[in-house]
Design a protein around this ligand. Structure first.
Ligand SMILES: [Zn+2]
Length: 694
């Protein structure tokens, strides 16, 4: 499972809902999903903030309509021991070697279309600027989304020029030396005619994954991905599928066949997988014994394609809990398949961010201290509480289903039987969320801050405070508290539809309460001199979010999503019951202004005690009243104002990333003596390089 981005500081509220930019399933289950799980996920260490050189570097590279492109940085890479750098280098090549698989899975014509576009772009001397720009713009979207379908809406988007102008451009490129992917006996005009509906017709193959066809059509036949060819749900129902995760199902002369993704004569993607395996095998000697076992198991699965080998790989991968470098490489997430069976190929290579992982571990190690100091009735305090841990990681490269558009949190493997018997691994992608946070327009932050001080605090400490709060929410929030002796059974059964929002509120309140505790300084998670700013930044951001998040509910005057209800409830309860927050207006704009940190924290403690009581006692009526009063209903006039202000500051719908680039330094004997990391800051250049055009 993987989680889409949900930076709370800007009003994203985790997952579920219109602003989710990924097609991936998103969830907050507290236990399995780490930082990404329940809200914001941002990263900025005090050290980083102190280094102006890093502060000034470029995160946001360009905007295409409502899309941002940002650079990912992996600062820790250079400090890795050589052996780990070389390991990453081979895994990076294994990732790049599989890139075309996902293009093909996502659309049968995807690779051909990409080739046409890239050949025109790299032979564009004779093209008029207008035509070239239109093609370039479309190609960027094509690279970002790995084909002609928008990753948010699953809908097709088309090339916005005249087909005739495209034809002229292709011929001009051909005269400049472009080589097009012609089939046997095909002319360039034949090729362009054949691909015309793919490039220009919105109604041809209109949707990549159609899970809920409105017109009663078949969800596989009406999905335009290449996981099936001519196969309906009815066909599948009576078919004995041997390779549900790693095959394409095709219907030939009325007979279903599985084209298995594996390395043998008739294996689909055999050529790409052979290259992937070559690099994986080169990586093995540099891996820890646990990781080497996992890599060998992966190679075996790519060779045989057998589900038993996939399971062996999952088990070996989960068993490796401590290697400083790791990779995810395989047919993994099933969100692209309307049936939820076929795995999309992806690869990520990353190393553990030791400093951030240590901070998470420190919180977990002190879980009992926090429990003993919870501001609720001692009867609801738990003995022997264990914090929840996960690794904070920095990615070096993400390919296929994982890039250029990436998740921010991942929990694998997906095989439930492996999870139950062997556990799982959770990672939170620190440098990805950092890039998200730092690539956001300042105007967005500033628009809702009352004054320059608040905006400056947010710019400097918002990310750090947000990440810390999210960590506490997950590590000590959800894990805390116990039920009343008199409550028989699961509180979920008593609290019903109020349960999730209440539980999210509880975890948020734990974080908001303890972020202001000197204990954080004592255990070394925050610096004493910055603690006040961090508290202020977090309380202000949490407060602002209550109006900001209204932009996501464009219809009606009621909030449905649990995380949003929770955050509305907390802020409006504080507004009604404390002097911590004032509603102000200036020039027709509304602001929620956090004016008193102590009152905020005291209020949070009081509310947290009540929320815990409600959970521990299963008090449905109290939960109902709390959310009815503060969490569900809002003023649509305020929402309309927020929507308008947000659109003026041009918030991106989604973000794609330029990955770091690695290059080996080789001595005269051919030995790799170092691996250099650089940051290309040029999306087009990187995509062309990946395609072998530069
Ligand atoms: Zn949560």
């Amino acid at each position: 499972m993987s989680d889409a981005h949900g930076g709370r500081n800007t009003g994203f509220v985790g997952f579920g809902g219109a602003m989710i930019w990924q097609r991936r399933m998103v969830l907050c289950i507290g236990v399995l999903v780490f930082t990404a799980g329940c809200g914001s996920n941002t990263t900025k260490t005090p050290e980083l903030a102190a280094e102006s050189e890093m502060d000034d570097r470029q995160y946001l590279l360009e905007r295409i309509d409502d899309v941002s492109i940002a650079q990912i940085y992996a600062d820790g890479f250079s400090a890795l021991p050589l052996r780990q750098k070389v390991l990453v280098w081979h895994l990076y090549n294994a990732a790049l070697a599989g890139r075309d698989i996902y293009y093909d899975q996502r659309y049968a014509h995807g690779l051909e279309m990409r080739e046409v576009l890239e050949e025109i772009l790299t032979h564009s001397n004779r093209l008029g600027a207008e035509t070239r720009d239109a093609i370039h713009r479309y190609t960027k979207l094509f690279w970002l989304n790995t084909g002609p379908f928008n990753n948010l809406t699953a809908r097709k988007y088309v090339l916005d020029i005249d087909p005739a102008a495209f034809q002229v451009a292709a011929h001009a490129a051909a005269e400049d030396g472009a080589i097009f992917p012609l089939k046997e006996g095909e002319s360039l005009d034949d090729l362009l005619t054949r691909l015309e509906p793919m490039f220009f017709d919105e109604s041809f193959d209109p949707i990549v994954t159609n899970k809920t066809p409105v017109d009663g059509s078949d969800m596989l036949l009406s999905s335009s991905n290449n996981l099936y060819d001519g196969v309906s749900m009815e066909d599948v129902a009576s078919f004995d599928e041997q390779y549900p995760l790693n095959s394409r199902l095709v219907k030939r002369e009325g007979i279903l066949q599985e084209e298995v993704y594996r390395i043998n004569e008739d294996g689909r993607y055999a050529n790409q997988l052979r290259e992937v395996v070559r690099h994986l095998e080169a990586a093995v000697p540099f891996a820890t014994p646990e990781m080497a076992a996992a890599l060998n198991a992966l190679v075996q699965w790519y060779r045989s394609g057998e589900p038993t080998d996939r399971r062996a790989y999952d088990i070996a991968w989960v068993a490796d809990q401590s290697s400083p470098v790791d990779t995810i490489n395989g047919f993994t997430e099933v969100y692209m398949d309307a049936r939820g069976a076929k795995g999309a190929w992806e690869a990520l290579v990353y190393y553990v961010n030791q400093e951030k992982t240590a901070a998470i571990q420190t919180l977990a190690d002190n879980a009992q201290w926090f429990e003993d100091h919870m501001p609720w009735d001692p009867r609801y305090r738990k003995e022997g509480v264990l914090g929840i841990t996960a690794n904070a990681i920095d990615v070096v490269v993400e390919i296929g289903d994982a890039g250029p558009i990436t998740p921010i949190g991942i929990n694998l493997p997906n095989d439930q039987s492996v999870r139950e018997s062997y556990g799982s691994k959770s990672v939170s992608l620190s440098n990805v969320t950092e890039a998200y946070e730092r690539s956001r327009p300042d105007a967005y932050r500033n628009e809702f801050a009352w004054d320059d001080d608040e905006a400056a605090r947010s710019a400097e400490w918002g990310s750090f405070a947000g990440e810390l709060t999210t960590n506490m929410h997950e590590v000590i929030g959800h894990a805390s508290g116990q039920l009343s002796d008199s409550l028989q059974g699961n509180p979920q059964a008593f609290l019903k539809e109020q349960y999730s929002a209440l539980e999210e509120a509880r975890a948020d309140l734990v974080a908001l309460y303890f972020i202001a505790d000197p204990k954080l300084v004592e255990i070394g998670i925050v610096d004493a001199e910055h603690h006040e700013d961090i508290i202020g930044a977090e309380y202000e951001s949490y407060t602002r979010n209550a109006i900001l998040q209204l932009r996501r509910v464009r219809e009606g005057a009621q909030i449905e999503q649990d995380h949003m209800r929770n955050r509305q409830m907390v802020v409006h309860w504080l507004m009604d019951n404390t002097d911590a927050i004032e509603q102000r207006s200036r020039e027709g704009k509304t602001y929620y202004v956090m004016v008193d940190r102590n009152a905020f924290r005291d209020g949070v403690g009081t509310l947290l005690a009540e929320v815990q009581r409600i959970k521990s006692e299963g008090d449905y009526d109290a939960a109902y009243t709390l959310f009815e009063s503060y969490g569900i209903h809002f003023d649509p006039t305020l929402r309309d104002e927020v929507v308008q202000r947000v659109s003026q500051v041009n918030v991106p719908s989604y973000t794609g990333f330029v990955m770091p680039k690695l290059e080996p330094v080789v001595d005269s004997s051919g030995e790799i003596v170092d691996v250099i990391i650089t940051y290309p800051q040029d999306f087009t250049q990187q995509m062309l390089e990946y395609s072998g055009k530069r």
